[in-house]
Design a protein around this ligand. Sequence first.
Ligand SMILES: [Zn+2]
Length: 459
Amino acid sequence: MAATLAERFRPVKLAVAVFLAALFEIPVCVPQTVGRDPQEPSAGKRAPNRIAGLAGSIARKHIDERALRETIEELVSCGTRQSLSSWDDPKRGIGCGRDKVLARFRKAAQSSGGRLDVRIDRFEATGPRTRDVAVRLENVLAFLPGTDPVLAKRVFLVSGHYDSMPSSVMDSESDAPGADDDASGVAVAVECARLLAPSTFRATLLFAAVSGEEQGLLGSTHLLAYLKENGYEVGGYLDNDIVGADLAPGGRHRVRVFSGGGPDGVDSPSRDLARAVEEIAGRDAVRLIFRLDRLGRGGDHRPFVEANLPAVRFTEPLEDYAHEHQTPRIEDGRVYGDRIEFLSFPFLGDVARANAETLRQLAQAPAAPVQVEVSGGVTPNAKIGWTAGEDRERAGFEILWRETTDPRWTVYDFATSAGESVLTGVSTDNRFFAVRAVGKNGARSIPVAAQLMPPPPKK
Ligand SMILES: [Zn+2]
């Protein structure tokens, strides 16, 4: 059938209208091409059965900024804490640093009723930054054993590295105050011990200060092996490294939390620990950065992330490279060196609170579920399956979901027991899914992202 004259000229009329509108800057109403998405599930989403969160919290006023400063001043007083410097001189070198940390942890132990177990783990390690020679290193560890017989083998740890470096990583002679990198992180671990040691927790807490970080992450690599040898499972690791300064105008700013993605670059235990940190500490306290670390830099969390364990790195909002890995000096009027005067104790206090509150909540939670799987592809209903050990203190599980473009989980539903939940009318394809355990006390485990079952075919 031939088009009418009016139909034939319709596109021309629209083009003329748009041209005239553009010429006279008249707004044109263009039909929307983006429609609404189908509702999932088709019958509407029912409200999840929310259990209130864990009671109490560590308030910002509980943080002792003076204690944070004292820890850092004592470490800086050792002159250098380069890992190849003296282990035996009580006044200068890394051995002096070890003694200062040990004294701080022992002080925290006094309020623990003898429960905080402070140890030195002495070992040897080799790497290119030890000239491929085995060198002595020591980690200072303070364990607060969990009260639950099963969860006590699950450890949540916080650490900083107490070694430092001047401009050259092999220079054990020059001053290397390392106030920010990383006496600040050690001070956070010590403050967490001070705050948490008087209380009891279901899982074990470990407050750690490691050495050999600048020599190639030797201390944390050994710590991971030490935990495995002693039968611990890593529930979560908060690495604090360069967390003491907030020099950008307009502060206080949020501390950054770096997390590594899994093989697909999206979900991983590291990423889900980061999400848990943000949910517990608050969005105004931390800024999530979805990458393993800053470009070209490494940190103690790395060996843990590479072992597919939940580990993240806290680092201040914007670094000043004149203050890091620099022998103290003045050059062209500019002050170089990692000095205590550049630190902000109100900011460092915020970081300590975020760490302590995260540890407090995670160490009271049931174990995270395992073997979390999503199936039901090419069907109308997603199926989420998981398993979990016995735990009388567990209320159940939250099934979480999120848009593939959304960084954060939200609660979809609640299940009282492990097994399989059918999400009627929910496509497997449009969202990611996860499950976490919820205690009767309201504490949540880290979410565990659901893996696709059956696994995608290998090409
Ligand atoms: Zn560092």
